[in-house]
Write a protein of this length. Structure first.
Lengths: 448, 167
């Protein structure tokens, strides 16, 4: 097949029409019904019996407006198309792709050693979780997932939990800002910065660390790490109580969030939602407890669940998960063992700097690992962990070379953002920002 | 522990008449294209009621990969990750899709959450999902040519021009 023929086929396949929300005149009644009914897994007759049929709204009464593309709530570049009747949102369609940089394609030309610095940029608010799930997938392919040194495992859990705290603090900040509680924005950022300062001390970077790598972690914890963490842990509870007074019990805050953006457990499961959004509907599902990885089965913590599935539940779940993570970090501080922080497998781990001057072999391994990378046996594997936003998964296909043949990241925000149309349906436009914020999407991860 | 192992052992060969294998301790089911929706529906009724992930792979450069016996390897594969929250298990479905006829029925009516995933696979691999309510591109611009994650898609390069630092 010539290149011209191939291009013909490709261009024939790409005539797929606009991505926008169609105007109401283009819309068939059955399409609207499918839109609502399929998610509820209803039969056609059940859907037909529902009151919400598009036929009763004329096109002259509605208006389609664009919200974005901009940073509606500092999560990234998201564009929503909303169909409004007065102030009521009839339909909504998130349009994404503005941050698409082809990271999955890029990942195919990076070695497993470099892959961490690629995936860590996807969900830039929970970098360690991205690195962790990628490393776990590579380790499973290498068959060394059981041999990771204890200290590395506990360090991974420590960083992952601190990351959850920083991510949720960031949520409190942006959620506050979106709803007009601007002082909360400053407080949230301040607290997050304290956690990031610790990350900087450990990894050298505030974000995008590339610290958790296949085989362990990049370096040992620095001197005085325990005191730094204790300082964070001791300063946080009183501040969280302050925020409780500032927001949780405050009537304006409650009225902005309660009953807004409701989603049921049924809908959430049908849409494949995970994380705090799923838990807000009352489904107690947390991979840390239900399909434990690392040593989460040795820890004691509660899975926070809500009962109404509204924005307020999602807010309080994240708020309380900060407290649960603190509880976990205290346990990790007690359990942190001594020992190696990365696997002593010369094919995977570069030799220590000092060895390079003494040993020819160490020099060769060092050179090989950093130029060619290490070879990973053929196969395909999927690993999943609980990120602050839900299940983050990594699917890697290896062809036996030093670079992944295909790397796919199951991004929780990509799935969660699909819940927006269902949360917004019938709501007010003024609540749209509150709902986006309560989903807590990271668009870097949505678009990858 | 031993109980779990034996139950896995029993299902290694077949499930709903489809070849099943193990990849690094994970269950992988090779489903023929014409039984795709039917098998996922059966799994749905057996408790695998959450579709957690749906992705594609272009095996253009890897035609002789390992697949279960009796399965003909084709250029494309669609990989579906199903999760059972009651039995805390996962199962992965691999469907072979020939290049000449890259079409697969949609899962939208069973798992509405796959809507965006299917659009993404169409966008990235050009696999068409029959019956999908909104078969448009999702990440690339709508007038984009080609499907970027295909292995024969030209990546292209923009040369980086380094300039001397001002002295």
């Amino acid at each position: 097949m010539s290149i011209v023929d191939k291009q013909k086929i490709v261009s024939a396949n790409t005539d797929e029409g606009p991505q926008e929300l169609r105007s109401r005149s283009d819309l068939t009644v059955s399409a609207v019904l499918r839109d609502v009914g399929a998610v509820l897994r209803m039969s056609e007759s059940e859907v037909a019996a529902m009151a919400e049929v598009s036929g009763d709204v004329g096109e002259d009464q509605t208006m389609i407006i664009n919200m974005g593309p901009q940073h509606p709530s500092t999560h990234g570049v998201l564009r929503l198309m909303l169909e409004l009747q007065g102030e009521t949102v009839l339909r909504c369609k998130p349009i994404i792709g503005y941050l698409h940089t082809g990271m999955e394609k890029t990942g195919e030309s990076l070695t497993y050693m470099q892959g961490g610095s690629n995936v860590t940029r996807m969900d830039y608010l929970s970098c360690f979780n991205n690195e962790l799930v990628f490393s776990m997938a590579v380790e499973k392919l290498l068959g060394i997932d059981g041999d990771i040194p204890e200290r590395a495992v506990w360090m991974r859990m420590l960083l992952s939990e601190l990351n959850r705290m920083s991510s949720h603090l960031m949520f409190l900040a942006t959620n506050g800002m979106d709803l007009g509680a601007v002082s909360m924005m400053l407080y949230g950022w301040r607290e997050r910065e304290e956690v990031l300062r610790f990350f900087q001390k450990v990894t050298g970077l505030r974000m995008n660390h590339n610290f958790i790598r296949p085989g362990g972690v990049a370096a040992d914890l620095p001197a005085g790490w325990r005191d730094d963490i204790l300082e964070i842990l001791e300063s946080l509870p009183s501040r969280l109580e302050e925020y409780d007074i500032l927001m949780t019990g405050q009537p304006i805050w409650r009225q902005r969030l309660q009953g807004v953006g409701v989603i049921t457990a049924h809908e959430a499961l049908a849409l494949g939602l995970t994380g705090p959004i799923l838990r807000s509907t009352g489904v107690a599902w947390d991979l840390r407890r239900d399909m434990p990885y690392l040593h989460y089965d040795q820890l004691e913590f509660d899975v926070i669940v809500g009962s109404y599935g509204d924005s307020y539940d999602r807010y309080s779940i994240r708020f309380n998960e900060i407290r649960e993570s603190m509880r976990i970090v205290y346990q990790i501080l007690e359990a942190m063992p001594q020992g190696d922080y990365r696997i002593q497998n010369k094919k995977v781990t570069p030799p220590p700097r000092a060895r390079i001057d003494e040993s020819m072999e160490a020099l060769i391994h060092h050179f090989k690992i950093f130029t060619e990378g290490f070879k990973v046996p053929e196969g395909e594997v999927y690993t999943a962990i609980e990120s602050p936003r839900g299940e983050i998964g990594c699917y890697i296909v290896s062809d036996g070379s030093a670079k992944p043949y295909r790397i796919h990241v199951r991004a929780p925000s990509f799935v969660n953002i699909q819940a927006l149309p269902h949360m917004m349906r019938g709501g007010l436009i003024a609540d749209a920002v509150a709902i986006i914020s309560s989903v807590d999407p990271v668009l870097g991860e949505v678009d990858r | 522990m031993s109980e779990v192992e034996t139950s896995v052992e029993q299902t290694v060969q077949q499930l709903y008449g489809c070849a099943m294998s193990q990849a690094f301790g994970q269950d992988v089911l090779f489903v023929p294209r014409d039984r795709y929706v039917e098998v996922i529906k059966s799994l749905f009724n057996d408790g695998f009621d959450v579709c957690i992930d749906l992705t594609g792979v272009d095996y253009l450069e890897l035609p002789h990969r390992k697949v279960a016996e009796g399965v003909t390897a084709e250029r494309f594969e669609v990989v579906v990750g199903l999760l059972s929250m009651t039995s805390h298990r996962r199962i992965r479905i691999r469907v072979q899709i020939p290049e000449a006829d890259a079409v697969l029925p949609t899962l939208f009516y069973l798992h509405p959450g796959t809507e965006a995933h299917e659009r993404e696979i169409f966008d990235m691999f050009g696999i068409v999902f029959e019956g999908h309510p909104d078969p448009t591109r999702i990440l690339m611009p709508e007038d984009w040519d080609g499907h970027p994650l295909r292995k024969d898609y030209d990546r292209g390069e923009i040369p980086v021009q380094f300039k001397g630092a001002p002295s």
